[in-house]
Design a protein around this ligand. Structure first.
Ligand code: FDM
Length: 201
C-alpha cells in the first residue's frame, strides 16, 4: 500500500445534475484507487441511513412536506453528523470519494461554515435537457427538468476556479481516464502533507 500513518487521504467530491454520471464515475474511481493499493471509501450525501437522512429521504420521495429552509438545514445537519468520522478517516489515510456534498442548491448557506473543505471538486457538466434524455429520472421530488435547470444555474453561481469541470457528454471511458488522472494528482498532494481546511474559512 502507498499509504502510511503520516499521509492523509483526500476529500474528493463529485457534483453534477441528476443523470450526469456521478454515481458510476464515483464507483469507478473507488475501484481505480483500490486497484492502486490506496485505502478509499465511497460516500454520498444525503446519507439516508441516519435519522436526519431518513427525514430527508421521506421529503425527497414526497412522503413528507417541509419548507425549503428546513430542508437545507437538514441537508447540512446530515453533513455535520458525518464530519468527525470524515476527519478521522481522512487523517488515518483513507481517501473519500463523495457523491455530492455542499454545493447542491443552497450550499452557500451559513450552516456549511466549518465543514471540511474538499481537496477537489469534480463537476460533471451536462445540459439539463441532455440529462433529461438519459434513461430513468427516478421520480423523486427534484428529478424534473424545470428544477434541474434551476440547479444548473445554482451550480454556475457556486462553482469557482478550483473546480475541475468535466464534459459529462464524452464517452464514459474518456471521462473515467480524465477523472483518474486528476484524482491521482490530488491524492498525491494530500499524501505529501497538504493541510485539511474548512469550508469558507
Ligand atoms: N440534495 C443533495 C440537496 O438538495 N442538497 C444537498 O445538500 C444534497 C447533498 O438531494 F436531488 C439533493 C440532490 C438530489 C437529492 O440526491 C438526492 P441523490 O444523489 O439522488 O441521493
Amino acid at each position: 500500500s502507498e499509504s502510511n500513518s503520516e499521509s492523509r487521504g483526500a476529500l474528493i467530491v463529485l457534483e453534477g445534475l441528476d443523470r450526469s454520471g456521478k454515481t458510476s464515475q464515483s464507483s469507478n474511481l473507488l475501484k481505480y484507487l483500490e486497484g492502486l493499493g490506496h485505502s478509499a471509501e465511497l460516500w454520498r450525501f444525503p446519507d439516508r441511513s441516519t435519522d436526519v437522512g431518513q427525514m430527508i429521504s421521506s421529503y425527497l420521495t414526497n412522503k413528507s412536506q417541509l419548507d425549503d429552509h428546513t430542508v437545507h438545514i437538514l441537508f447540512s445537519a446530515n453533513r455535520w453528523e458525518k464530519r468527525s468520522l470524515m476527519e478521522t478517516k481522512l487523517k488515518s489515510g483513507t481517501t473519500l470519494i463523495v457523491d455530492r456534498y455542499s454545493f447542491f442548491w443552497g450550499g452557500f448557506l451559513a450552516p456549511e461554515d466549518g465543514l471540511l473543505a474538499p481537496d477537489l471538486v469534480l463537476y460533471l457538466d451536462i445540459q439539463p435537457e441532455k440529462a433529461a434524455e438519459r434513461a430513468g429520472y427516478g421520480g423523486e421530488r427534484y428529478e424534473q427538468l424545470e428544477f434541474q435547470r434551476k440547479v444548473a444555474r445554482c451550480y454556475e453561481v457556486l462553482r469557482d476556479a478550483s473546480w475541475k469541470i468535466i464534459d459529462a457528454c464524452q464517452p464514459m471511458e474518456d471521462i473515467e481516464k480524465q477523472l483518474q488522472e486528476i484524482v491521482l494528482d490530488c491524492v498525491t498532494i494530500c499524501q505529501k502533507g497538504k493541510p485539511l481546511s474548512n469550508l469558507w474559512s
